[in-house]
Design a protein around this ligand. Structure first.
Ligand SMILES: Nc1nc2c(ncn2[C@@H]2O[C@H](COP(=O)(O)OP(=O)(O)OP(=O)(O)O)[C@@H](O)[C@H]2O)c(=O)[nH]1
Ligand SMILES: [Mg+2]
Length: 639
């Protein structure tokens, strides 16, 4: 079954609502005021099944005062029926509605000439010629022009056939993307509670889903029940007129202009970057920082337009711009929007969202911003994600951010991520949660780290390495910790650097010592070999041995540090032992075990080693940590 949404468009009184009634039998004018005045004020809905095809109709008002309502209906349509009355031909809102359809990039449609019963054939031909002229060069250039009289019913069947023919050619909507339902109505139904309706523009909503209202202060509600085209169902898909019965939220909390999406996935935004087109018919150029009414989805919000690069946009031209909204809206890249001037309130342009969650850009960045936006405008979804990650630089982009910026579901993001890793465009800084960093940025960090270590070794040849924390402070201070860890393990894996405990050094780095220094260092090590299991403090060792080499305390401490880093000396609590001393201790424990069994208590340990309690306890604890022994009650088991 194919489901599509068809919208009407056209001047007031040209017969749009009557046409929908002739097609479906439904009078879409619901309001009392509509009935009284004989005009449509707000959008109305009807549906029609033609064989396997299910059409949802959105009827819009033609009155110039209600174009904003027309926009709330026009945003989600697949096809447009441009309605022109035979007795009046093309009129101002025919033009305005048609401009809107073009700006929204409605893909297809047809022209319906209504009220054919009111004019003769000659006149009809004139009107047809005028209409053909009017749509020349647009997406309706080759579209059918169907003559209908809703009064006599003539042409109605032919119109249905033509609509069905067009529907078959339409590509299906994207029900893989994250669901979005811009809300056009909210009301309360006795016994059910709050119900919202809208055209589901992407994804799928299932009964039971937890949904979030956007924008809102994280207001969530469960979809208790669903209707599609007025029939109860458990699942609504992209392209369907959908009603959602929401649990746990009041009618007063919701209004047209908000949207529903799965909870916790998308973000609303007050600043977004766009490609903007100003209509040729716009009465004047659009100045930088002008205020406009912005319409997107079913929302209407006052916005300021910041035009990049040039001071203003001339009628009939396009450029890159930033929309700064008075209050946030839910948009995603690829969404279209319309702008209308504040006074007079007329449609002056529209465009395409390129970056939904933008920052304010500085004037001097304009060239770079335009370059980035040009790239975004030119590419498909997958490439766009790559660009977003690239633009995020060294910070990288998490799965949550990619989701909110693209509206893509997890599987798609994973797939794109894998492709980008293969193509060497990005590096996975972390898998869970996923964090991707553009390869050039990642390489840049690796390079900075290498050169920082190089400088460090040059400045401090005696130090065995630079502290991790210092490296982090100086290069990675404002970056996620995952990026820091990823760069280090990348360089370690490639054997470019060595990470030893808290120190980082270049692989080739060896501390260069003079022969005197070398001798002093060896002497220090030898001293600890001699003191064996009853070591002296480092201060004493230095005071006792270093003066003969003419080496100061500071430098001597470095030697001790180097010996500890290389493992020749081992720190045990606040004592220092030579490696060989600890090795022979292990051996004597092994021998002890052979001769006396594996149990050894503190007294036996003191006998075996000849050390006092002061040394015995830290040594035994060290051996426990090393899994040479294991504590059992007051004694140890030799492992
Ligand atoms: N003779 C004749 N009258 C028609 C035809 N279609 C509509 N009308 C009349 O034209 C008037 C306006 O029709 P609507 O369908 O309300 O026009 P609309 O385009 O929906 O108007 P708005 O929604 O206010 O923009 C009504 O009085 C209709 O009865 C037709 O095919 N022939
Ligand atoms: Mg109407």
């Amino acid at each position: 079954m194919k489901r599509i949404i068809i919208g009407t468009a056209g001047h007031i009184d040209h017969g749009k609502t009557t046409l929908i009634k002739a097609l479906t039998g439904v009078d879409t004018d619901r309001l009392k005021e509509e009935k009284e005045r004989g005009i449509t004020i707000d959008i109305g809905f009807a549906d029609l099944a033609i064989g396997d095809l299910h059409i949802g109709f959105v009827d819009v008002p033609g009155h110039e005062k209600f174009v904003k309502n027309m926009l709330a209906g026009a945003h989600g349509i697949d096809l447009v029926m441009l309605v022109v009355a035979a007795d009046e031909s093309v009129m101002p809102q025919t033009r305005e509605h048609f401009d809107i359809c073009r700006l929204l990039e409605v893909k297809a449609g047809l022209v319906v000439i209504t009220k054919t019963d009111l004019v003769d054939e000659d006149f009809l031909q004139l009107v047809e010629a005028e209409v053909t002229d009017f749509v020349a060069g647009s997406f309706l250039e080759d579209a059918a022009v169907v003559r209908v009289s809703s009064r006599t019913g003539e042409g109605v069947e032919a119109l249905k056939k033509e609509l069905a023919r067009l529907a078959v050619k339409l590509a299906d909507r994207d029900d893989k993307a994250i669901a979005r339902l811009p809300i056009d109505r909210v009301f309360s139904v006795k016994g059910f509670g709050t119900v919202v309706t809208g055209t589901l523009i992407s994804g799928v909503i299932r009964a039971g889903d937890e949904l979030e209202l956007l924008p809102s202060n994280n207001r969530r509600a469960r979809a208790r029940g669903l209707q599609v085209h007025s029939r109860a169902t458990t699942v609504a898909r992209a392209g369907e007129r959908t009603a959602v019965n929401l649990q746990g939220i009041e009618v007063s909390e919701i209004e047209r202009g908000q949207a529903l999406a799965p909870a916790g996935k998308l973000l609303s935004s007050s600043i977004f970057d766009v490609r903007l087109h100003l209509l040729k018919t716009s009465p004047k150029p659009l100045r930088n920082r002008s205020q406009v009414h912005l319409h997107t989805g079913t929302a209407e919000i006052t916005a300021r337009v910041v035009i990049f690069g040039h001071g203003e946009l001339a009628p009939g031209t396009s450029g890159y711009a930033q929309m700064r909204l008075k209050s946030p809206a839910l948009v995603l890249p690829g969404d279209h929007f319309i702008i209308r001037s504040i006074s007079p309130v007329v449609t002056i342009g529209g465009g395409l969202v390129l970056e939904a969650l933008a920052n304010k850009h500085r004037l001097r960045e304009a060239a770079q911003v335009i370059e980035n936006l040009e790239k975004l405008a030119a590419v498909d979804f997958a490439e766009r994600v790559a660009r977003f990650i690239e633009m995020a630089g060294a910070r990288g982009m998490s799965r949550a951010e990619i989701t909110a910026r693209s509206g893509l579901p997890d599987e798609a993001i994973d797939r794109i991520g894998e492709q980008m890793v293969k193509a060497q465009q990005v590096v996975i800084a972390s898998r869970n949660p996923l964090l991707l960093v553009a390869k050039p940025s990642f390489e840049g960090l690796a390079k900075s780290l290498r050169s920082m270590l190089k400088d460090f070794h040059r400045a401090s040849p005696l130090a065995s390495g630079m502290g991790r924390e210092e490296v982090r402070e100086r290069i990675f201070a404002h970056l996620p910790p995952e990026v820091f860890r990823a760069v280090i393990s990348y360089l370690v894996d490639r054997e470019e650097i060595v990470a030893e405990k808290e120190l980082l050094r270049l692989s080739g780095h060896e501390v260069a010592l003079s022969s005197e220094e070398q001798a002093a260092k060896e002497h220090l090590a030898a001293l600890y070999e001699q003191t064996a299991l009853q070591p002296i403090s480092l201060e004493d060792a230095i005071a006792r041995s270093m003066p003969q080499f003419g080496i100061d305390i500071q430098r001597a401490k470095r030697f001790a540090q180097m010996l500890i880093s290389s493992g020749e000396l081992v720190r045990v609590s606040d004592l220092i032992f030579h490696r060989s001393v600890l090795e022979s201790l292990r051996k004597s424990l092994a021998r002890f075990k052979l001769e006396n069994g594996s149990r050894i208590d503190v007294a036996q340990f003191k006998d075996l080693t000849g050390v006092s309690r002061k040394y015995a306890i830290p040594l035994l604890e060290y051996l426990d940590r090393q899994r040479v022994t294991r504590r059992v009650g007051d004694a140890r088991e030799i492992l």
